[in-house]
Ligand binder design. Structure first.
Ligand code: PMP
Length: 301
């Protein structure tokens, strides 16, 4: 695979478009040493970034939870994202904004560090292979737990919170699984390493209350779609033993979209009607584009 630091194109960095290979930072960067960094993951479909403004609002919120301010407004970030896609000729792809504290200070305190920001975009088809996505992925139980909100800014999409996700995913992959399921500090089902989780029990959707992990934009979109189809959606604490009386399980996230799950540890599921109905509805919604859909709805009204 082509390394990410050796590609062609342009990256937007601190207010200007720079050659991809020149988008560099110094080794003495606060964000690298102390994880004072936040990021987003977005997908462009047919030249439109799905829920773009929501992602950029969340980037601002993530930074505020990490005690820093992004020096570009949500509107400015929206505009440069569209320009970046255009300059790189990307119609369907992934967008990665990142903001981090710079190199002015090097120590735990980072108050005087400049806040830097970059956005990169690249073509990126599917997170899991098409076969895995249709048949369902297999997940291992992770060793690490999502932390108590008293231990970390759990609602920030902060780089530091991904350390245990990477470790959990590595361990799962080493055992032949596709991903890991993380419980929280109470032993309740939390989420995957980069996606939220839903359970189908007797035709109803159940999903953990997002009180110690990211309340995903895809999660909220899928809840709305499910309600529009008349499904009951229940947000509540869920213990892993409940997988024994769960018929279907799926993940939601910008990267994984809606991905069926066929096993978690020893629990087995059969991806079925509810999962595929929502998977197809989500695929149709993103293909249509939320702005185009909203415009059509308002002109019809
Ligand atoms: N949880 C984690 C840990 C994630 O990384 C993501 C992906 N951003 C999600 C949940 C899902 O969030 P979204 O639907 O906003 O992509």
């Amino acid at each position: 695979m082509l390394p990410f630091d050796d590609r062609d194109g342009v990256i937007w960095m601190n207010g200007e478009f720079v050659e991809w290979k020149d988008a560099k930072i110094h080794v003495l960067t606060h964000g690298l040493h102390y994880a004072s960094a936040v990021f987003e993951g977005e997908r462009a479909y047919n030249g439109e970034v799905f829920k773009m403004t929501e992602h950029h609002a969340r980037l601002h919120k993530s930074a505020n939870l990490m005690d820093f301010e992004i020096p570009y407004s949500v509107e400015e970030i929206d505009a440069v994202t569209m320009a970046l896609l255009e300059k790189n000729g990307i119609v369907d792809g992934y967008v990665r904004p990142v903001a981090w504290r710079g190199s002015e200070m090097m120590g735990v305190s980072g108050q005087k560090n400049k806040v830097n920001m970059a956005i990169a975009a690249w073509e990126w088809p599917a997170y899991f292979s098409p076969e895995a996505r249709m048949q369902g992925i297999r997940m291992a139980f992770a060793k690490y737990q999502r932390p108590n909100p008293a231990s970390a800014p759990v609602h920030s999409k902060a780089a530091g919170l991904y350390m245990i996700c990477t470790l959990s995913k590595h361990e799962a992959e080493a055992k032949g699984y596709n991903d890991a399921l993380m419980l929280d500090w109470r032993g309740q089902v939390a989420e995957a390493t980069g996606a939220n989780i839903f359970l189908v029990q007797d035709g109803e959707l159940h999903t953990p209350t997002p009180d110690c992990f990211l309340d995903g934009i895809t999660r909220r979109t899928v809840i709305d779609l499910a309600k529009s189809f008349g499904y009951a959606v229940i947000e509540r604490p869920i213990m892993p033993e409940e997988f024994a009386n769960t018929q279907e399980v799926f993940l939601t996230g910008t990267a994984v979209e809606v991905t069926p799950v066929r096993a978690i540890g020893d629990y087995q599921f059969t991806p079925g009607d509810v999962t595929f109905k929502l998977l197809n509805a989500y695929d149709e919604l993103v293909a249509r584009g939320d702005k185009k859909a909203a415009a059509a709805a308002s002109s019809a009204a």
